[in-house]
Design a protein around this ligand. Structure first.
Ligand code: SF4
Length: 475
């Protein structure tokens, strides 16, 4: 299996509105930061299930004609980014399929840790997979005669999945939202006057004027149909153990969203304040690396009393570099994306606040740009602890060797980045900033304490990585 299974995605669905497809279109626009490589919408009028998917950005994929052809009162949408080798139309979602209970489309945010084993089992029994995503495994599980025969069977199919999955499913009669028992990836429920909405982040609810009701709970499936809304817990109570991805709050989500009941902006400001306490330094200005560092830089500035200024200007026509599929493309995009403001940084001692350092190459190029613009001292402050461990729950760093902090000491990283001082937030400091219960968060990429077992996945990732490199080397 190639690296395709790794993904970080956005979900948005509307049930019960004449303009459901248009609402989904705007919802996907608001969630575009969660995936820039492909998007799709599936819709139903109760008789047919229609689906349109394409590569690229939402605004490029869906023409007025396409949206008109999809027009129906219920729709789900999906955004995706992927890694090398998987950037193709067959892996786009939602995936439509027909099984004994009828037609269904499925959209998935997350990554299954038992995907490899389940896929091997199905292939051993002759199953043929159309895509390389682990989402298709969910389709095969649902279609198994013992699971497909009744609705409870569908829920028991879900309980066989291990790892991270927030799902949207759309049948001819209903829309279903599911969150795995650990609640790794977010999913919230909202309402509009005409119906209900499910979304990865609340910023997408705002986009269509929907009211936030609540988060879908870990281990919960929410069924929305003409009869209304109802909820079921699809796994044993003991299996429900919230370990929500804290990196969603630190990096991925939009600051105007509420995620896991937390204001992302407030959380990031608290990270910045805490960072100023843990790593103070005499300086002239605080600057943020936009967008991720903006709220935290404000917090750092408030707590330290050092004025905040705009040290970088962002080119808004460049996508997120972290979610570009190759290292060379990421590095090139990073350089195009941010330009330092010489008038702000020249001759100054500058505190630079950023949200994370994963591979280190992007941070290094930004530091170089700041030096070239005349910064006298550069003090880099990171709003999370060092990433020392891979993530197997849907974020694209699955190899230890890709993580600079897994191989190098703090002093070596500081030397590599060419900064005067470097300060990461502590694990305790990071967790102290959540407004809810810190024990309900996953911090495995910082601590190595994985809430769902991941044995063998590092080896599997190594094999995939080697296969990719060999494919890339072929003429
Ligand atoms: Fe999020 Fe890190 Fe846990 Fe992955 S390992 S789910 S990135 S906190």
């Amino acid at each position: 299996m190639a690296r395709e299974a790794k993904e970080h995605c956005g979900l948005f669905g509307v049930f019960g509105c004449d303009d459901a497809v248009e609402k989904v279109y705007y919802g996907l626009y608001a969630l575009q930061h969660r995936g820039e490589e492909s998007a799709g919408i599936a819709s139903t009028n109760g008789v047919e299930l229609m689906c349109y998917r394409g590569m690229g950005l939402v605004g490029d994929i869906f023409s007025r004609t396409v949206l008109e052809n999809l027009k129906a009162p219920a729709a789900i949408g999906h955004l995706r980014y992927s890694t090398v080798g998987s950037s193709n139309i067959s892996n786009c979602q939602p995936i439509p399929f027909t099984y004994s209970r009828g037609k269904v489309a499925i959209a998935h945010n997350g990554q299954l840790v038992n995907a490899h084993r389940l896929r091997a089992e199905y292939e051993a029994h002759g199953a043929i997979f159309q895509t390389t995503t682990d989402t298709e495994i969910i389709v095969h599980l649902m279609a198994r005669p013992s699971h497909a025969a009744h609705r409870a069977g569908m829920l028991s199919a879900l309980s066989q999945l291990e790892g991270a999955y927030s799902l949207l499913l759309l049948s001819l009669q209903e829309m279903i939202g599911v969150r795995d028992p650990n609640g790794f990836r977010p999913l919230c429920l909202g309402e509009v006057d005409c119906g209900y909405v499910l979304a990865s982040e609340t910023c997408a609810l705002d986009q269509i004027g929907a009211r936030y009701i609540r988060d879908v709970a870990p281990g919960e499936a929410v069924f929305i149909s003409k009869e209304g809304i109802r909820s079921e817990t699809f796994c044993a109570k003991e299996r429900v153990r919230p370990t929500q991805c804290i990196f969603e709050l630190i990096y991925f989500s939009r600051p105007d969203s509420r995620v896991y009941g937390e204001s992302v902006h407030r959380f990031r400001m608290a990270l910045g304040r805490r960072l100023a306490q843990e790593h103070p330094v005499p300086s002239d200005i605080v600057v943020a690396v936009p967008e991720g560092g903006n709220s935290a830089a404000l917090g750092y500035s408030h707590a330290s009393g050092i004025p905040l200024d705009r040290g970088f200007i962002r080119n808004h026509y460049i996508g997120r570099t972290f979610i570009q599929p190759s290292q060379s493309r990421r590095a090139r995009m990073a350089e195009l994306k941010l330009n330092p403001v010489r008038a702000v940084v020249e001759g100054k001692r500058v505190v630079v606040v950023d949200d994370s350092i994963v591979r280190g190459t992007t941070a290094r190029s930004r530091v170089r740009l700041l030096r070239e613009a005349g910064a006298k001292e550069i003090h880099l402050r990171i709003t999370c602890p060092p990433h020392r461990f891979p993530c197997y729950y849907g974020i694209d760093f699955q190899l230890k060797k890709e993580l600079i902090a897994a191989s190098y000491t703090l002093a070596e990283i500081r030397e590599f980045l060419k900064v005067d001082t470097l300060g990461y937030l502590s694990v305790e400091g990071m967790l102290s900033c959540v407004a809810t219960r810190p024990e309900h968060f996953c911090a495995a990429c910082f601590t190595g304490s994985y809430p769902v077992p991941v044995e063998d996945l590092e080896r599997e990732a190594e094999v995939k990585y080697a296969a990719e490199r060999s494919r890339a080397a072929q003429p």
